[in-house]
Design a protein around this ligand. Structure first.
Ligand code: GLP
Length: 244
């Protein structure tokens, strides 16, 4: 794992965004694994800026999102479908037909999970996967547990996740379930960029980088991936022994 510590979120967005922009420049049909949450937003802003400056085009790019809430209308203001449109897709020239996200409202959840895995298998895994991290060490919505999930599945969200994410649901009706790529799906990415900022993430970041590889901290599996870069601010890095 390569660890990079920055002063500001904007610096992280520019550094992570440049890696993705270079991938898109080298391969106009690049396959991008995308994430929601506040962490990747400055990276998306950087990519939008590069598009507006005429530096890159997403016309041939396809996108695969990590996860989506269950039992939330697709067009709800808090769905990840809406999030991706507002924060990236509506501002670039990506073909909406090339943007993929699990359908949290599918009548047959198992079939939807298998469809999503088959789609990602068919491209041989994404070229680069962006990740944030939950305060409990989750990536996507892979909550702490006894094992690492191989493929996309439906998960009951843990209390700490509900607490962290319910700030976005003004009516308090945060969904209790989600569909998420499994750890196996995430690990099939050729390259992984994980972004974490703020002191609330410091414990999870330490467990991910310096803890044992264990499903109790799902992000710790990234220690075994050959190409992971972790972008942190000083607050998120504050508990790392190696950074002191
Ligand atoms: C959600 C998402 C994760 C994300 C996490 C952290 O739970 N499912 O993919 O990494 O939130 O979000 P934030 O970046 O807002 O801290």
């Amino acid at each position: 794992m390569e660890i990079k510590v920055f002063q500001t979120k904007e610096q992280i967005g520019a550094a992570a965004g440049k890696i993705i922009a270079d991938i898109v420049k080298n391969d106009p049909a690049a396959k991008l694994g995308l994430a929601t949450g506040a962490s990747p937003v400055p990276t998306y802003r950087y990519l939008i800026g590069q598009y507006e400056a005429g530096e890159i085009s997403f016309r041939g790019v396809s996108a695969y999102n990590l996860d989506e809430y269950c039992d939330l209308p697709r067009d709800d203001e808090n769905s990840y479908y809406t999030f991706m449109r507002r924060n990236l897709f509506d501002h670039i020239d990506i073909d909406p037909a090339n943007t993929h996200i699990p359908d949290g409202n599918a009548a047959d959840t198992d079939a939807e999970c298998r469809r999503y895995d088959a789609l990602i298998d068919s491209i041989g895994g994404v070229d680069v996967q962006i990740l944030g991290i939950g305060t409990d060490g989750h990536i996507g919505f892979n909550e702490p547990g006894d094992s690492f999930a191989p493929g996309t599945f439906r998960i009951k969200l843990h209390e700490s996740t509900i607490e962290s994410n319910s700030i976005y649901f003004k009516d308090g009706k945060m969904p209790r379930y989600a569909l998420t790529m499994g750890i196996g799906t995430i690990m099939s990415a050729k390259k992984i960029i994980l972004i974490a900022t703020g002191a609330a993430k410091a414990k999870a970041v330490k467990a991910m980088i310096e803890g044992e590889v264990s499903p109790a901290c799902q992000a710790s599996i990234l220690q075994t991936h050959p190409d992971v870069t972790v972008f942190l601010d000083e607050a998120a890095a504050e508990l790392l022994t190696s950074e002191k």
